[in-house]
Design a protein around this ligand. Structure first.
Ligand code: 5GP
Ligand code: ZN
Length: 114
């Protein structure tokens, strides 16, 4: 989608620190990390957020969890664990309308944290 920041990053049109890429997904370091490890995983297909998924997106949505697992492994987070966050919509604080998973790790995290 034109004028979408994460579409441009996933195409390499805007620079980022890439962590992982395959045919369907792109993962890169968050520019403003809130944890020692903070990486974003995005589908290359433009989907605004979980709320706008359609039945047609079910395959990519399922594959995204598996991509997140792979990225967490690359980041060496398997043993200690990690948090995965999908901010969805305005009140959840979603600022970029291209679906993305935050992978957060490298520190002890409290829960609930809302
Ligand atoms: P949201 O608030 O939509 O859940 O998350 C968007 C995330 O994208 C934020 O954590 C923000 O720091 C990150 N971000 C925004 N612009 C850029 C950018 O140009 N490059 C990178 N690497 N991250 C960005
Ligand atoms: Zn997009």
């Amino acid at each position: 989608m034109e004028d979408c920041l994460f579409c441009k990053i996933s195409k390499g049109e805007i620079p980022s620190t890439k962590v992982y890429e395959d045919d369907d997904f792109f993962a890169f370091k968050d520019i403003n990390p809130v944890a020692p490890v903070h990486v974003l995983v995005v589908p290359k297909k433009h989907i605004a957020n979980i709320a706008s998924l359609t039945a047609e997106d079910a395959d990519i949505a399922g594959k995204m969890l598996y991509a997140i697992q792979k990225v967490a492994h690359i980041l060496d987070l398997d043993k200690d664990g990690y948090r995965v966050v999908f901010n969805t919509g305005e009140k959840a604080g979603q600022s970029v309308l291209h679906m993305h998973a935050h992978i957060l790790g490298g520190k002890e995290m409290a829960w609930p944290g809302v």
